[in-house]
Design a protein around this ligand. Structure first.
Ligand SMILES: Cc1cc2nc3c(=O)[nH]c(=O)nc-3n(C[C@H](O)[C@H](O)[C@H](O)COP(=O)(O)OP(=O)(O)OC[C@H]3O[C@@H](n4cnc5c(N)ncnc54)[C@H](O)[C@@H]3O)c2cc1C
Length: 405
């Protein structure tokens, strides 16, 4: 006997949206577990106007965005300061709550645990371990939530959208960064972002990486090395490692769910259902890291699909892998469920570096899609209306996606 129809793990835009989609479809016995003391995920700490354009047609701050989203799912039960420790087969969740450890059971689980930036240790950077080395997420918590200034003149490592979000956050606190450091020869975000840095007088060192961090008591400089092997020191009192997102996938990895061989993200089909038909995985857990609005819209749709499943329309058909070719970092879905009849799906992908040209999708030698796209790593590319005939015979045969002719 289940305690709930649906248990959602994570109260960011994706988790809130799944709850909203379910409520709208008439499924009310649901619960959302959130490990933080407050509901809202990443937008809670992001106070600049970078949310809401798709959902509300106007820009708004993260906290305001969450407040407006929550109005759409009044009545949903959220349990904060509650961490899900393990997912077991049969819809069982192990939790730690303010009252102690618990186990609950749900007919369906939605995993919406979001994405995180890669911190220093994940980037294998040499040197000492002084204070003042943080990610953008931590920076935003210091500045917006804690009203603290962790340093006066840091460097920002990376030029993804979130790196410019770090720049914006620093400016908000009156902090002038010493530099931005980028491994490639152009910014990972859209080019105008580099103009923003230039306007603020912040130099960007391209084709360079941090190779050493000095001092142990108080950070005073980092050493960078460019592609020709030349080194130079930059005086600074902090380092912000921004971007290089990874999905918060520890729960999935420790569970019985199937993972993609390359990315190690949970395998999800065109309806965000994992290899276990009673678990969905949504939002930046499976595509680190798309914009909040994209995660919200996807979460709504996934909630509707879960409601259909609970109403008796269970996912069926065989699972076939989606195999991204060279230059493609990830796709969502990363597998397809194909039954007896034809399916029509959209595929989202991210490239590893800027690319302009054809993208094709083939199955068993047949081209199902071919179109030119302009791709940047920061931009989600959607391949629409890919049709696959039903009754697939060989489930080892992947749907292949290629950049190039
Ligand atoms: C530093 C940073 C800045 C960003 N800035 C922007 C921006 O300006 N604009 C924008 O559109 N997007 C931004 N993003 C992208 C952001 O990830 C999305 O906007 C959005 O928050 C994704 O929603 P989500 O629900 O998938 O994940 P999240 O918002 O990350 O929510 C996941 C939630 O799951 C909870 N959780 C995780 N594990 C557990 C567990 N085991 N048990 C219980 N709860 C758990 C987390 O505490 C969190 O609240 C930013 C991302 C980062 C990391």
């Amino acid at each position: 006997m289940s305690d709930y129809d649906v248990a959602i793990i994570g109260s960011g835009p994706s988790g809130i949206a799944a709850a909203t989609g379910l409520i709208r479809a008439g499924i009310t016995n649901i619960i959302v577990f959130e490990r933080e003391a407050e509901i809202g995920g990443i937008p809670r700490h992001t106070h600049h106007q970078s949310f809401g354009m798709l959902v509300f047609k106007r820009p708004m701050s993260g906290p305001k965005y969450i407040k407006k989203l929550l109005k759409r799912c009044a009545g949903v039960r959220f349990e904060t300061s509650t961490t899900v420790l393990a997912i077991q087969e049969g819809g069982v969740l192990d939790l730690t709550t303010p009252e102690g450890q618990k186990t609950i059971c749900a007919r369906h689980i939605v995993l919406a645990t979001g994405a995180r930036e890669t911190p220093r240790h994940g980037r294998l950077i040499s040197g000492l371990r002084p204070q003042g080395i943080i990610t953008t997420g931590a920076l935003q918590q210091f500045i917006y939530t804690g009203k603290m200034k962790p340093f006066q003149r840091p460097v920002i490592v990376g030029t993804e959208l979130v790196s410019f979000s770090a720049l914006w956050t620093l400016r908000h606190a009156g902090i002038n960064p010493a530099a931005m450091i980028e491994e490639n020869s152009r910014t990972t975000a859209y080019r105008p972002a580099a103009l923003f840095a230039r306007l603020l007088g912040v130099p960007i060192f391209y084709r360079s990486k941090v190779v050493d961090i000095a001092d142990v008591e108080k950070l005073s400089r980092v050493e960078i090395e460019n592609a020709s092997g030349e080194k130079q020191s930059i005086a600074c009192d902090g380092v912000i490692f921004s971007g290089k997102f990874t999905g918060d996938n520890n729960l999935a990895k420790a569970s019985h769910m199937g993972l993609n061989r390359g990315t190690q993200f949970p395998l999800v089909d065109q309806n965000w259902i994992s290899t276990d038909p009673n678990i969905s995985v949504i939002g930046n857990t499976v595509h680190p890291a798309d914009m909040g609005d994209q995660c919200y819209l996807e979460g709504l749709e996934s909630g509707r699909k879960v409601a259909e499943k609970i109403g008796g329309n269970a996912p069926s058909g065989c699972q076939i892998p989606v195999e991204p070719g060279e230059g493609i970092r990830m796709t969502t879905p990363n597998m397809l469920r194909v039954g007896a009849s034809k399916i029509v799906v959209s595929l989202n992908l991210h490239v590893t570096k800027a690319y302009s040209g054809p993208i094709s999708v083939t199955y068993n030698g047949e081209t199902l899609y071919k179109k030119r796209h302009r791709c940047l790593p920061a931009r989600r590319i959607t391949l629409k209306r890919i049709q696959l005939k039903g009754a697939v015979e060989n489930t080892d045969l992947p749907l292949e996606i290629h950049l190039g002719e």
